[in-house]
Design a protein around this ligand. Structure first.
Ligand SMILES: Cc1cc2nc3c(=O)[nH]c(=O)nc-3n(C[C@H](O)[C@H](O)[C@H](O)COP(=O)(O)OP(=O)(O)OC[C@H]3O[C@@H](n4cnc5c(N)ncnc54)[C@H](O)[C@@H]3O)c2cc1C
Length: 318
């Protein structure tokens, strides 16, 4: 098996989901090559996660972000490397580029993978289906398989690598490849996205109003956590859609998920039940969230959150 892993950086920082993809690829008996359209200067950050060779793809049409141009370029690079698996982290760009690469390579596409196995030299994947109620075992019947990995499932493991050998690749791109071009990005600077976060503190309708989310933010801050939300509060306009966790929001698997005033509807659980440790704070002891919680606090968020935040600040000194 030869696996091409899409290596992505943002502001010269290695993206975690790419490091997770390297870790997943390493768990298979495979030859691994990275493919990047990012600046090669940041590649050393991936050496630690097992990257030894990488194809650096460059072209004028890649100067501004275009998912269609990147997909064409990555597909050509993967083909030149004879890769039979192309692996992406399942972050926003991975989800946008990977299916396009699959079309270009006439490859089978398997999204949202949580487990990879080597089945006699072919890639076998496991992915949750029906809002996490079942796990599907899938294998592509095509020569090439393109997969995206669910973020935060494959914990990125450092192996202490050395140098990365690079080879330059110039794809054949025309204006037609850059059909969709990003003309500008408005970032929530300084805001940690739930998909990238190792700890998430989420609030639900039990927070009673947008003004009380300062309590959630106050707990998130000393923990270095991202703030998430249930759909009920996003629909109510209390939080932006980018914060929504669940079936129609983001799927997360952080080390720690703290659910504050969230009932634990099946659609919410679909997005967070694979978190490593779940803490639920809810005043209703029958709330379904307690069925998936490792630690439950039966209480009022308005009493519990300030006390918990004060204790965390005391312990972390932040
Ligand atoms: C097709 C579809 C897709 C959906 N996708 C999503 C999705 O992606 N994500 C998602 O979250 N939902 C999704 N939903 C909605 C989902 O069904 C629930 O309606 C939603 O998750 C409920 O949000 P909540 O837990 O914040 O609110 P509620 O269900 O109203 O729960 C509020 C909880 O807060 C507790 N509470 C109240 N006051 C306090 C207090 N003072 N202290 C402590 N606890 C308190 C209550 O006991 C209750 O358990 C989807 C629904 C459908 C039909």
């Amino acid at each position: 098996m030869k696996i091409a892993v899409f290596i992505e950086t943002h502001n010269a920082q290695g993206i975690r989901s790419a490091k997770e993809a390297l870790t997943a690829a390493r768990s298979l008996n495979a030859e691994i090559v990275g493919i990047t359209t990012s600046n090669a200067d940041a590649l050393h950050q991936f050496a630690e996660y097992g990257l030894t060779t990488c194809i650096t793809v460059s072209h004028d049409l890649l100067a501004t972000y275009s998912s269609t141009a990147i997909a064409s370029a990555v597909a050509q690079a993967a083909k030149s490397a004879n890769a039979n698996v192309v692996m992406f982290g399942g972050n926003a760009s991975g989800k946008e580029i990977a299916p396009r690469v699959a079309v270009k390579l006439q490859a089978g596409y398997i999204p949202d993978v949580v487990e990879v196995q080597d089945a006699n030299g072919a890639l076998q994947c496991v992915r949750p289906v029906f809002a996490g109620k079942a796990r599907e075992h899938v294998k592509a019947t095509t020569t090439v398989t393109v997969v995206t990995l669910r973020p935060n499932v494959f914990t990125a493991k450092a192996v202490g690598g050395g140098a990365v050998t690079t080879s330059a690749f110039t794809p054949e791109l025309t204006g037609n490849d850059a059909k969709v071009k990003t003309t500008g990005v408005t970032r929530n600077e300084g805001k940690l996205d739930v998909l990238e976060a190792d700890i998430i503190v989420s609030g639900g309708r039990g927070m009673k109003g947008p003004e009380h989310f300062t309590l959630v933010e106050d707990l998130a801050k000393p923990l270095g956590a991202a703030v998430g939300a249930s759909r009920a509060v996003v629909d109510a306009g209390w939080r932006p859609h980018g914060d929504q966790v669940g079936q129609t929001g983001k799927t997360v698997s952080p080390s720690l998920y703290v659910a504050c005033g969230i009932s634990g509807a099946v659609q919410h659980l679909a997005g967070m039940s694979s978190s490593k440790v779940i803490v639920a704070i809810n005043k209703d002891k029958e709330a379904p969230i307690f069925k998936v919680a490792d630690y439950g606090i039966i209480g009022d968020v308005f009493e519990v959150l300030p006390k918990l935040t004060a204790k965390i600040k005391e312990v972390t000194g932040k």
